[in-house]
Design a protein around this ligand. Structure first.
Ligand SMILES: Cc1ncc(COP(=O)(O)O)c(C=O)c1O
Length: 380
């Protein structure tokens, strides 16, 4: 049997990794400024993470959600404390798409409606409702196109108000920093406008923090950058995955207490298993102990300051260690040159002129200097 051939692959075969370094089968070491689509949050094979997972595996790796699993309660407590999202309950699943699928389903249950507002250049996953709210027609099959989704431009107050006033919507879903779409952000006034209108029209606000959450943006959640003393933004549902497990497949939704649970409303076989909880707890413990969220904020500022020195860079986007460098040419060849000549992984996006930078949150200034020097070498 061969593999179903859906991925164009770089000719690199990683066999081991530590921190920000990935080693291939020829012994070549690469600097990982991509983290496998923003997944590696605390660094590859972090010793605390490895130890916690090994110890868990020695005890019990999996049981389904028909028994008590105190690790889930410990995780919910720790996540509430570190994120500051105290008025929420946690449902655990296995991926970002599944998190958004559950979020959209809950919104529909809660309101009895089915239409959704999403935004241009959004990416929310590849399953049923999640892919329908993703602004990529090519990955929506006819079965997905049955969903009713209105795509609006970011920061268009008038268009948003006109749509939400129709009283037809169950949910608004948005990324506080777009990942796959290319690092665009809603303005703080727009995010607050959305939050206020969702409250007024009883529409569920879903903050997709799958990529931007768990400290990547320099705050625990990226929507928290839009909370001011005058107006706090409180999404009804927050979806999480990626950096949450540092490579272990795990996702979840934080559900505001105003949305009530009932037996059977949501469910999953694998979600919240013992290993997934151990991985996520290890990530939270390292984020806290090593102060990685303020570190990500500081290094993001350092990166932006230093990147200004590259004349070919037209625009520097993002926050914390969720960053993008925009050029006036397509970056496909530059990414290849960075991998094969400089041994550095970076990312692309829907915006073909944007180089995405998504390293582990514990990188150093020296790593950033190496990346920027390497980019300059390739552009010279
Ligand atoms: C913002 C956002 N939401 C959802 C997803 C889907 O996550 P997954 O690939 O784990 O299903 C992604 C993946 O890139 C994402 O960036």
């Amino acid at each position: 049997m061969d593999l179903f051939d859906v991925y164009p692959l770089y000719d690199v075969t990683p066999v081991s990794a530590e921190g920000i370094e990935v080693k291939d089968d020829h012994g070549t070491t690469y600097l990982d400024f991509y983290g496998g689509h923003a997944v590696i949050s605390i660094g590859h094979s972090h010793p605390h993470y490895v130890q916690r997972l090994k110890e868990q595996l020695d005890q019990i790796g999996f049981y389904s959600n028909s028994i008590k699993n105190p690790l889930q309660n410990e995780l919910a407590q720790k996540l509430g404390a570190l994120s500051g999202c105290h008025d929420y309950n946690l449902f655990l699943c296995n991926s970002g798409a599944e998190a958004n699928e559950n979020a959209l389903k809950l919104a529909s249950f809660h309101t009895g409606k089915s239409k959704v507002i999403a935004f241009s250049n959004s990416f929310h996953g590849r399953t049923s409702a999640a892919v329908a709210t993703t602004d990529l027609p090519a990955i929506n099959a006819p079965i997905n196109k049955q969903q009713q989704v209105t795509f609006l431009p970011l920061n268009d107050f008038e268009a948003f108000e006109k749509s939400i006033q129709t009283d037809e919507y169950c949910a608004v879903i948005l990324e506080a920093i777009q990942g796959v779409g290319g690092l665009d952000e809603p303005a703080t006034e727009f995010y607050q406008f959305i939050a206020e209108h969702c409250k007024q029209y009883k529409v569920v606000l879903i903050a997709d923090e799958v990529q931007s959450g768990f400290g990547r943006s320099g705050a625990f959640f990226a929507f928290q950058h839009h909370t001011s003393t005058a107006l706090s933004v409180q999404p009804d549902i927050i979806s999480i995955a990626k950096g949450m497990g540092n490579g272990f497949p795990v996702g979840g939704v934080l559900i505001h207490e105003s949305i009530k649970a009932s037996y059977g409303l949501l469910g999953t076989t694998f979600g919240g298993n013992h290993l997934a909880c151990a991985a996520t707890l290890a990530v939270l413990e390292v984020l806290e102990k090593e102060n990685l969220i303020p570190h990500a904020a500081q290094l993001g500022d350092y990166f932006k300051e230093q990147a200004k020195g590259i004349p070919q860079v037209k625009n520097i986007k993002g926050r914390g260690l969720m960053l993008g460098l925009e050029f006036d040419f397509e970056v496909g060849q530059l990414r290849k040159n960075l991998i094969y000549n400089q041994h550095i992984f970076t990312g692309g996006s829907k915006n073909k002129n944007l180089l995405r930078i998504l390293p582990a949150l514990n990188i150093s200034k020296e790593h950033i200097d190496t990346l920027l020097t390497s980019i300059q070498t390739e552009l010279a």
